[in-house]
Structures are given as structure tokens and as C-alpha cells.
Design a protein around this ligand. Structure first.
Ligand code: SF4
Ligand code: SF4
Length: 488
């Protein structure tokens, strides 16, 4: 069979920048994959719209929103986890895991992300259900498209676009709820006292959802999204793809024609149902193409047709290129588990799991106490009136718990030295001091360390320990600089 180039499916369109768009009106279909698509759509939309309203008690000093990107205080809260700016590697790790997860899914089952969970797919699917609800199924919508503009058409179009707009506004509105306390922001938003950036963000997201989901739809997948181009590097002859089994279906022909010369015709009765249900409007019988998002609705449609005409299911099915060749030669396909569990997918799974476990380990063992030290460089030391040498440092003590805590700040090494701070006078200098830090805050303090005349330059460390049973510690190395060392 003559298969088209998947990158440029229509060779006749050589000189055109874009192929002329044919409006897609997917037909209602029921089946296993459609039900899976329903389930994924409901779960992903529910997660998106409901998550900002979930509460999570973190005590009186931290917000009680379960998932919150607190830009003002530079924190990311996700249920029991709080990520500080210096822990951004956790977010980077999550992004890397998402990328590798996408590689894994694509190499195993093709563009399943595109077909089920991509936001463009989910919102387009939602808007297509609105079309069906307002205008009826495929044939009714096609008739309405062709009908001249009149009161009825204007009313239908107006009500449909109004529903699009409400969904789009809801989508933009839900997004900003991730960046502030949702109930408070809702009140501020409707009373006109929210920050201008909130209104601008909602306006931009409402517009993009309305246009991309309501009107551009499959054009985004075919022309705007880079992912279909990238995915071709991840697919191989062992990847499962939605495939029309042309060796079984061809030569296609109606039941009537096939009844007259059964030996001439294959199983495809050319009913066009697989095309009618396709959300991107392509004909999978023309081979793999960039417009196929692997949603598998054509499998549901064709299986139903096969049931009706009494032929075996699976004329359109998930299959690998290898299996296609095997089946075409009359052999049995490989079991699906062997296709899924192959070296490439196992390597991706191994890397993905290793990163996940490393992050879980890092999360489980991290302390909520952090100390960083910066020494004064100019001047690096001061000679005191009694002949002792003083070095000055800026210490940052981070209390990453949502309660105020007292810490013991101590010198480790530099045996005869004493320390005081901006709030503890020199006459109370000691080797260890108590420092209080507010809940979920970083406190910067000036620390002065003085040692007796003749003390040699040497390394030492500041050590902090949270008071109480918890006794979390952190240390930061420093160097005591003397006039002799500075002169060298
Ligand atoms: S060809 Fe089939 S799997 Fe591909 S997008 Fe159309 S309906 Fe979905
Ligand atoms: S639904 Fe099946 S039988 Fe009908 S045209 Fe498509 S492949 Fe052929």
C-alpha cells in the first residue's frame, strides 16, 4: 500500500504553507477507549479546578492551602512538602521526571500523552462535547455549518460561544488560584481589589483557552506544537501505535461489492466511521501521520463496525511495526507485555525510578535548619584595643519549620575565641549563644569572633543546633584571618 509521508501527509500541498482547513466534526462514539478518555478528562479537569481549594493545616504561621506557589515569600507548598528557593533542585528533578516519563510513554504507546492527557486535547474534547450538546451530533453540526446565517443559527452560535467563554474564564480563574489563597483571592477578584496581574492573567488565559480549544483545536496539534516532530525520534519499530492493518482490510469495498466478489475484498467495508469519529479529522487508513494523536477512538469505531458485520475486531488496533510485518506474513503478534517490557522502556523506567527514589530520599532526610556564612572581606580583620584580633561574619540562619524556634549558635574549633553579635554585646561574648528565628523565616545576623593576640590563622566552623528534642544541626566552615596571614 502506498503510505504517505508522515511529516507532509499531503504531497499535493507542496507549494502551500498550510493545507486548507476542513472543519472537523467528530461523531459521538462509545467504546473502551472513549470511556478511558472520559475518565482521564474528568480526573485531569477535577485535579486542575479543585486542587487550589484543598486545605492543609500547617499551623498558624504558614498558609493552609494544600498546593500553593507563594511568589511573594518565594515558597512552593505541596501538601506536607514545602520547597524553599535554595531547594529548587526538587522542582528541577520533578521536571526531569516529567520529561523522562513522557519519553517512556511515547516509546511504549506512542502519543498517548497527546491523545489523553495534554491540556490542548482535554479542553478540545470538552469543547467538542459542548458542540454536541448545543448543535447535535456530526451530521447536525455539518448541516448547521452549511446553513445560512439566520436567527436560529445566531442563537445557537451565541449560546455555544457563551459556554466556551464561561469554561475559558473558569480555566483562567482557576490558574491564578494556585498563586494566592483561593478563597481570599476570589473575594478580592470579584470586589475589584485583586492585583492587576490577576486580572491580566485571567484575561490572557481566558482568551487563549477560548481560541485554542474552541476554534484552533487540531490545528494546534498539527501545526503549532513541536511535540509531534520530537516524538518521531522516540518511536521505533517496537512502539505501539494505532494502526490500520491494511493487509487485512484491503482491498476495501462496501458490503454489497464484497458480497459479489468476496475473494477480491478485505475486511474494510469503507464505511468511513473511523474518519468520522477522529478528533483531528484524519484517515488512519492512509498510514501513520503527524495528525494522529493516538486517541484510539477509531479503534472503538471500527470494532463496533466489525461487530455489526460479524468480522473479527482489531482491523484498526494498537500494533508495532514489527508485529504488522509478522501478522502480514501470517505469524502471531508478540504478547503486549513483551512489547512494553523491552530494554528501551526498562532503561527509561530505571532512570525515572532512580531520580524519583533519590528525590524521596533527599526529601525524607533533609533537615529544616540551614546555616550559611559569609566573611567580611574588607577589612578581613580588626585589631582591637586590647590587642586581640576580630573577624566579622554575616550569618544566615534558616528556620524551615512553620513555628518559631530557638537555636544554639556555637563555635567549633578556634579554641580560645569568643563570639558576640549585633544584639549580644561584647561583654556577654561566649562560645555559644542563643538565636531565635521566626517561623518559616531566614534571619541574618552579624557575628563577631575575637581571639587572643598571637592566635594563628586557622579554619573553624559555626555550628547551629535547634533547641529541644529535635536537635537538628547544620555547620558552615569559615576561616579566622590574622594580620600575619593578610600581609602575605
Ligand atoms: S486516527 Fe484514530 S487514533 Fe489517530 S487521532 Fe484519529 S481517531 Fe485518534
Ligand atoms: S471503520 Fe473500519 S471498516 Fe469502516 S472504514 Fe474504517 S477501517 Fe474500514
Amino acid at each position: 500500500m502506498n503510505r504517505p509521508d508522515p511529516i507532509r501527509p499531503n504531497p499535493d500541498a507542496e507549494d502551500a504553507l498550510f493545507e486548507k482547513r476542513t472543519q472537523v466534526h467528530p461523531q459521538r462514539i462509545d467504546g473502551n477507549f472513549r470511556r478511558l478518555k472520559w475518565a482521564v478528562m474528568i480526573v485531569t479537569l477535577a485535579i486542575y479546578y479543585i486542587t487550589p481549594w484543598l486545605r492543609w493545616d500547617r499551623g498558624p504561621y504558614a498558609p493552609d492551602q494544600a498546593v500553593l506557589v507563594d511568589l511573594a515569600n518565594r515558597r512552593f507548598y505541596m501538601f506536607g512538602i514545602e520547597i524553599w528557593p535554595h531547594e529548587f533542585y526538587f522542582v528541577a528533578g520533578l521536571l526531569i521526571m516529567a520529561g523522562i516519563g513522557l519519553f517512556l510513554v511515547t516509546s511504549a504507546v506512542g502519543r498517548a500523552w497527546c491523545g489523553y492527557a495534554c491540556p490542548q486535547t482535554v479542553w478540545t474534547d470538552l469543547f467538542q462535547h459542548v458542540d454536541r450538546f448545543v448543535d447535535g451530533d456530526r451530521n447536525a453540526r455539518m448541516r448547521l455549518d452549511r446553513a445560512p446565517w439566520g436567527a436560529g443559527k445566531i442563537a445557537r452560535r451565541g449560546s455555544k460561544w457563551m459556554i466556551y467563554l464561561v469554561i475559558s474564564f473558569w480555566t483562567g480563574g482557576a490558574w491564578i488560584m494556585y498563586f494566592a489563597d483561593a478563597p481570599t483571592l476570589t473575594v478580592d477578584f470579584w470586589s475589584g481589589t485583586a492585583a492587576p496581574v490577576a486580572y491580566i492573567t485571567v484575561a490572557i488565559l481566558t482568551l487563549t483557552t477560548f481560541v485554542l480549544g474552541g476554534f484552533l483545536r487540531e490545528q494546534v496539534c498539527i501545526y503549532m506544537c513541536p511535540w509531534p516532530r520530537i516524538q518521531s525520534a522516540m518511536l521505533d519499530e517496537k512502539s505501539l501505535l494505532v494502526t490500520y492493518k491494511d493487509w487485512r482490510g484491503e482491498k476495501r469495498g462496501s458490503l454489497k461489492k464484497a458480497a459479489k466478489a468476496p475473494e477480491e475484498f478485505g475486511d474494510c467495508i469503507d464505511c468511513n466511521q473511523c474518519v468520522a469519529v477522529c478528533p483531528t479529522g484524519i484517515d488512519i487508513r492512509e498510514g501513520p501521520q503527524i495528525g494522529c494523536i493516538t486517541c484510539a477512538l477509531c479503534i472503538d469505531a471500527c470494532n463496533r463496525v466489525m461487530d455489526e458485520v460479524g468480522r473479527p475486531r482489531g482491523l484498526i488496533d494498537y500494533a508495532t511495526l514489527e508485529d504488522c510485518e509478522r501478522e502480514a506474513a501470517g505469524a502471531a503478534p508478540k504478547p503486549v507485555w513483551k512489547t512494553l517490557l523491552r530494554p528501551r522502556t526498562l532503561v527509561y523506567t530505571g532512570i525515572w525510578s532512580a531520580i524519583g527514589l533519590a528525590m524521596l530520599f533527599a526529601l525524607g532526610t533533609r533537615t529544616h535548619t540551614d546555616l550559611s556564612v559569609a566573611a567580611d572581606r574588607n577589612p578581613p580583620f580588626m585589631l582591637m584595643s586590647d590587642g586581640s584580633v576580630r573577624n566579622a561574619f554575616t550569618l544566615k540562619i534558616r528556620n524551615m519549620e512553620s513555628r518559631p524556634r530557638d537555636f544554639t549558635l556555637a563555635l567549633d574549633g578556634l579554641d580560645d575565641a569568643l563570639m558576640w553579635t549585633g544584639t549580644v554585646p561584647r561583654d556577654q561574648a561566649a562560645r555559644s549563644l542563643t538565636v531565635s528565628v521566626d517561623a518559616d523565616q531566614t534571619r541574618a545576623i552579624r557575628a563577631y569572633v575575637a581571639a587572643a593576640p598571637g592566635t594563628p590563622a586557622q579554619g573553624f566552623a559555626f555550628l547551629i543546633t535547634s533547641q529541644g528534642e529535635q536537635a537538628e544541626t547544620d555547620r558552615s566552615d569559615a576561616r579566622f584571618v590574622t594580620p600575619e596571614e593578610a600581609a602575605q
